[in-house]
Design a protein around this ligand. Structure first.
Ligand SMILES: [Zn+2]
Ligand SMILES: [Zn+2]
Length: 445
């Protein structure tokens, strides 16, 4: 039973508002059998706890009834912590099912922080981080090291009169692999998505290589790549998260940079595949992007991408109506947790739309584009080049840059402003931003 409710019950049973106390000692036989001591003072608390290190008790505040203090004996001192309960017990960030677990974890933490404070402070100075698991990001040094080894071997072989054919083949393969990676997949930066984590069994930090102590919430884990580090180390880890498909399961509603890094593509595959399909059979379709497709089938396309990724079949055999593909593409952008034109960059884009002087306007818009995360900017560039091609068929499809601005403005931009009136006022500027981007895509990107 949670101790606080035991306390509350005790108070209810007694008509006078006396100050209650319970005591039990960590790792002792009394642990499962708390004792109630009635009203006691700080001095008495000290006396009771001085019996042994690790003894603890809970005291109701005499000045503020209803608030509780955890008194804990550690280092021949009584330490007091304000104790909270909201379904779980806590004194700091970590929440516990029982006070006993809270105290056990607290004792471990106090012990380590007292005995190893100096060591902990220095833990992040010499990280092992770059040596583990993230070597693909440091391909260049690895490649150079490899070359050095090969050169040595080569010299030896020459000395013994052997040829270096296999060595040559190997180096060119290494070089080709390096070039391929550098040219095709941009190294988008991505922050880790750290969440407090409870590890089962002993775990070591992947940043500093030290043990992760405590009973629960010993550290944090990246929800996208699975990296495990101390909370303090998480602040030092560079923004080089490489999401793993094991952790990134969906395509729609997934952060854009996370998705492209997980699938090792330049842009979200939904964007490339839908645009390819639309350009191959839809450019002359009247009202392209304005006419909506059957929503059940659009949902079907979304499910296909979530399930099959780049293997999703969106061909004419599956979806004859091109408006289903345009609908699925628009839905992809609407579902992004951070819009294609991010909340951070949003004010700059709106500002540019309000400028009257055309040169100054494009200058500001260009600056706004540079503030976008690279994967967002690249996707926007690709989409605008496509929409420009759509306008080249305006005679047939009746879609001008202005019309496309109306469709895509609110799809690509969402106001960070919570005030609905302010957000409503922005709509005409959102449309104008997209119209400007389409008309000037060749000089802006
Ligand atoms: Zn990560
Ligand atoms: Zn660490």
């Amino acid at each position: 039973m949670p101790l606080i409710s035991a306390l509350r019950r005790q108070r209810q049973e007694d008509p006078c508002d006396f100050k209650a106390i319970l005591i039990y000692r960590a790792n002792s036989r009394t642990a499962k059998n708390p004792r109630f001591h009635g009203m006691i003072s700080r001095e008495e608390t000290d006396q009771l706890l001085s019996v042994a290190e690790g003894s603890y008790l809970i005291r109701e505040s005499q000045r503020q009834p209803g608030t509780y203090t955890l008194a804990l004996r550690f280092g021949s001192q009584t330490r007091n912590f304000r104790l909270y309960y909201d379904g779980k017990h806590f004194v700091g960030e970590k929440r516990f099912e029982s006070i006993h677990d809270l105290v056990t974890d607290g004792l471990i933490t106090l012990y380590i922080e007292t005995k190893a404070a100096e060591y902990i402070a220095k833990m992040t100075i010499n990280p092992i981080y770059e040596h583990i698991g993230y070597t693909t990001l440091n391909r260049e040094p690895a490649y150079k090291q490899h070359m050095a080894v090969l050169k040595e071997t080569h010299d030896e072989k020459e000395a013994t009169g052997q040829d270096g054919v296999s060595e040559k083949r190997l180096t060119s393969l290494v070089r080709r692999a390096t070039l391929k990676e550098n040219e095709q997949i941009p190294k988008y930066e991505k922050v880790h998505n750290f969440k407090v984590h409870t590890f089962r069994g002993p775990h070591w930090c992947e940043y500093c290589a030290n043990f992760m102590w405590g009973l629960i919430a010993q550290g944090v884990k990246c929800a996208d790549c699975g990296l495990n580090v101390h909370k303090q180390c998480s602040k030092m880890v560079p923004n080089d998260c490489k999401p793993d498909l094991k952790h990134v399961k969906k395509v729609y509603s997934c952060d854009l940079t996370t998705l492209v890094k997980a699938h090792i593509t330049k842009r979200p595959m939904v964007v490339d595949m839908c645009i390819r399909e639309i350009e191959s059979r839809g450019l002359n379709s009247e009202g392209l992007y304005r006419v909506s497709g059957f929503s059940d089938l659009i949902e079907d396309v979304k499910m296909a991408f979530d399930r099959d990724g780049e293997k999703a079949d969106i061909s004419v055999n599956m979806y004859e109506d091109i408006n289903i593909i345009t609908g699925a593409l628009k839905l992809y952008f609407r579902d992004l947790p951070i819009p294609l034109i991010t909340y951070d960059a949003y004010p700059k884009f709106i500002e540019s739309a309000k400028i009257v002087d055309p040169d100054e306007q494009l200058e500001t818009l260009h600056e706004a584009l540079r503030s976008l995360p690279p994967a967002h900017c690249e996707t926007l560039r690709y989409l605008m080049a496509h929409l420009k091609r759509v306008t080249l068929h305006e005679k047939e499809n009746l879609m001008s840059a202005e019309n496309l601005g109306i469709v895509f403005g609110p799809t690509l931009m969402r106001s960070p402003e919570l005030d609905p009136m302010a957000a409503l006022n922005d709509i005409r500027y959102q449309r104008l931003v997209v119209e400007l981007l389409i008309k000037n895509e060749d000089i802006l990107f």
